[in-house]
Design a protein around this ligand. Structure first.
Ligand code: UD1
Ligand code: CA
Length: 456
């Protein structure tokens, strides 16, 4: 049977007190709405429509990579009104639509699949997810008569009796598309908040004698993020899930509570991660890697057997067996070869560094192509910026760059060359040459005595 999904993401989220639309707040490095979209995809729902309103352009921009369609809710008149704004998307479709909240990022793909299966199996017109909780304050309550679901009542509209119900509405549903479209027509905003509630659809269908069901799930998956406190709760839960997944796959986390791994990160087995590491975005880490404490690695590929310590690596690639840090900064578009060494206080920007090349200390390399088996002495600077433009430096294989060298770009240093310490290189260095570019040393005998500067 055909299935599609709506994600409600038009609200500003006043309770979160932010200029950013609520659904764009990140949990474990990814926007809540993108968590929901990615989970849908894992549950094999392909046709996804996101209802946007507050900050619509920004929400579009941040979800652009995900191949979805949008409906616009210009005024936020409630969750029922939001679904009404997607009528063009739903019209003419036959099958089942899942409706999800963009602020509930913890739902699991297998739970969504179970929701759809339950819906089909029981021939329901509507099926909702609920949870039994100790304190359902703020949530809609599921009102039942025995087993049967009668309606949902929002917290603010509850009677004394209804407030005692501890089964909350998770705001995640399946509907028969035609039944949903028909009942949207019948919604009113005659309630405490003056909003068109999607939750009223349940009561409307029930009153028409349609089959309505509920599936009770673990509260953890249903958490809707309305405040900063709930945002951090969601973060804790997701972090635990992610970290457990990696440990189950053979990754050693010394202290999972202080290890921060994004949802899309991949890590190979026998890799060891010490506390204080933050691994973000589409980072891929190989096997047998050791991440000593306190690095940030973002959108990067780290090959097998690499060791990294207290460093920042962004949008770059590190080859097999290479060591990085402590205190290295590898900036976007850098590619470091195999068995290389990027040591302490080294900054690499948009450069290629060949296999076995060592850049051990206090060096800046920007906009450069560096070959294999080179050695950079301490304090080398690639002078890539002339105040107006960036220029490129090329260094061949097997070059020895002496300490405290400036390579004024653009300049080419060919294979098998030596540069004497303290040189400022402005001209190309040809194969096999030694370049010395510094003033000659002169020693003046007895000078200190003559000036009367000798300390007795
Ligand atoms: C909703 C449910 C409540 C449930 C709770 C679970 C309704 C009326 N209530 O309440 O029963 O227990 O979720 O978390 O549905 N949105 C729009 N347009 C609007 C209003 C909201 O797109 O006009 C979006 C929001 O951006 C958000 C989602 O719908 O992503 C939920 O809205 P929110 O205001 O957070 O609903 P709750 O009060 O939490
Ligand atoms: Ca909510």
């Amino acid at each position: 049977m055909y299935k599609c999904a709506l994600i409600l993401a038009a609200g500003q989220g006043t309770r979160i007190k932010s200029n950013l639309p609520k659904v764009l707040h990140k949990v474990c490095g990814k926007e809540m709405v993108n968590h929901v979209i990615d989970t849908m995809r894992k549950a094999e729902i392909d046709d996804i429509n996101v209802i946007i309103g507050k900050g619509a352009e920004l929400v579009k921009e941040k979800t652009a990579s995900r191949n979805i369609s949008y409906s616009l809710q210009e005024e936020q008149l409630g969750t029922g009104h939001a679904v009404k704004c997607a009528v063009d998307f739903l019209k003419g479709k036959k099958g089942v639509v899942g409706v999800f909240a963009g602020d509930a990022p913890l739902i699991k793909p297998e739970t969504i699949q179970k929701l759809f299966e339950t819906h089909y199996k029981n021939n329901n017109e509507a099926t909702l997810l609920s949870s039994i909780v100790q304190d359902p304050t703020g949530y809609g309550r599921v009102v039942r008569d025995g087993e049967e679901v009668l309606k949902i009542v929002e917290h603010k509209d509850c009677t004394e009796e209804e407030l005692k119900i501890n089964e909350m509405n998770a705001a995640i549903y399946c509907f028969d598309i035609e039944s949903l479209l028909n009942s949207l027509e019948k919604l009113s905003n005659d309630n405490k908040q003056g909003e068109y509630y999607l939750t009223d659809v349940i009561g409307i269908l029930k009153n028409e004698g349609k089959r309505v069901g509920a599936l009770s799930i673990d509260y953890e998956e249903t958490i809707g993020v309305n405040s900063r406190v709930q945002l951090s709760e969601a973060e804790n839960i997701l972090r635990k899930r992610i970290n457990n997944r990696h440990m189950e796959n053979g990754v050693k986390l010394i202290d999972p509570n202080s290890t921060y791994i994004g949802d899309d990160v991949e890590i190979g087995r026998d890799t060891v991660i010490y506390p204080g590491n933050v691994i973000e975005g589409n980072t891929k880490i190989g096997e047998n890697v050791v991440l000593y404490p306190n690095s940030r690695i973002s959108n990067s590929t780290i090959s097998n057997n690499v060791e990294i310590q207290s460093s920042v690596i962004i949008d770059s690639k590190i080859g097999e067996g290479t060591t990085v840090g402590p205190f290295a900064y590898i900036r976007p578009e850098s590619v470091i070869g195999n068995n290389a060494r990027i040591g302490d206080f080294v900054e690499i920007k948009k450069s290629n560094i060949g296999d076995n090349t060592k850049v051990s200390h206090l060096t800046y390399i920007g906009d450069a192509n560096v070959g294999e088996n080179c050695n950079f002495g301490c304090g080398t600077v690639v002078v890539n910026y002339d105040g107006k433009k960036k220029h490129t430096t090329t260094i061949g294989n097997n070059s020895f760059i002496g300490c405290n060298t400036n390579l004024v770009s653009p300049v080419t240093v060919e294979d098998n060359t030596y540069i004497a310490a303290g040189s400022t290189i402005v001209n190309d260095v040809k194969k096999g040459e030694l370049a010395i570019a510094r003033s000659k040393q002169r020693n003046i005998e007895g000078w200190v005595d003559k000036k009367g500067l000798t300390n007795k």
